[in-house]
Design a protein around this ligand. Structure first.
Ligand code: FPP
Length: 249
């Protein structure tokens, strides 16, 4: 049981989702409302991510997978893509030291070999710096697409069958999960218990389609840069009201 006090109200949470997936949506609209360029929203989105990560780690969340860039996002204006790709560089200098102090470990999933060199370098530096940490795993989904992830897994499995390393009869759900990008996460926390999407959109958008089979979904109209600690608590309260049956009674 976790007890929190927010604005003189005491909140009791019986269960904490161990893995939360977040689709951080609405940065552009947040900036537009302030008559600022879209990239201003992405910067504010990084601040929100920092606050949410530290709060989640305080409450005992083990993994936070955040959708930072999808395989479809390349079609955005070049300047914006360039800006987003530069965020990890800024992220490393400005945000990683505090995360490191909070025992957060950084990891990533996605077709990261296609990212620009400096982006990948900054992320690898963050992963290296925090690799011994035992607290929350902040897992960046960058250049990630769920169908591509499953396609790749099928290809690898087919190759293992061809090479006679695997019998088709041995292909189980557990085995498939081992071929997915989330296989580096602690075994018990590979699948998100809760998926949050901000900004009022009601879609999964190719985010963890296999892993979300039994996830609870929380949609909020709040734009991502405004999604701070208090909003996270609302999502956790809602999760506590849900009764997860995993197909049982
Ligand atoms: C969606 O908002 C947001 C993104 C595509 C980028 C999210 C990235 C961050 C919050 C920073 C991540 C940090 C690192 C270190 C990579 P949108 O642009 O689709 O907003 P809109 O729907 O209002 O246009």
């Amino acid at each position: 049981m976790i007890r929190l006090r927010i604005k003189s109200k005491e909140i009791k949470l019986e269960k904490i989702p161990k893995h939360i997936g977040i689709i951080m949506d609405g940065n552009g609209r947040w900036a537009k409302k302030r008559l600022k360029p879209r990239v201003f929203g992405h910067k504010a989105g990084m601040d929100a991510l920092q606050e949410v990560t530290i709060a989640a780690s305080e409450y005992g969340v083990k993994v936070l997978t955040v959708y930072a860039f999808s395989t479809e996002n390349w079609s955005r204006p070049q300047d914006e893509v360039k800006f987003i790709m530069n965020l990890p560089v800024e992220f490393f200098d400005k945000y990683v030291p505090e995360l490191h102090k909070n025992n957060v470990r950084i990891q990533m999933i996605g077709e990261t070999h296609r990212l620009p060199q400096e982006t990948l370098q900054a992320l690898n530096k963050a992963i290296q710096t925090t690799r011994q940490n035992s607290g929350l795993v902040l897992n960046f989904a960058l250049n990630y697409g769920g169908r591509a992830e499953i396609t790749n897994a099928v290809r690898l499995i087919a190759q293992d069958v061809l090479d006679a390393n695997l019998n088709p009869g041995d292909i189980t759900e557990d085995l498939i999960a081992n071929y997915l990008m989330t296989d580096h996460l602690p075994y018990l926390y590979r699948n998100p218990d809760l998926i949050i999407r901000t900004s009022g959109e009601l879609r999964l958008s190719n985010f963890l389609p296999w892993q979300s089979a039994y996830s609870e979904f929380y949609f909020t109209p709040v734009l991502w840069p405004d999604f701070k600690k208090a909003e996270l608590i609302k999502a956790l309260e809602e999760f506590n009201r849900r009764h997860r049956r995993f197909g049982g009674l």
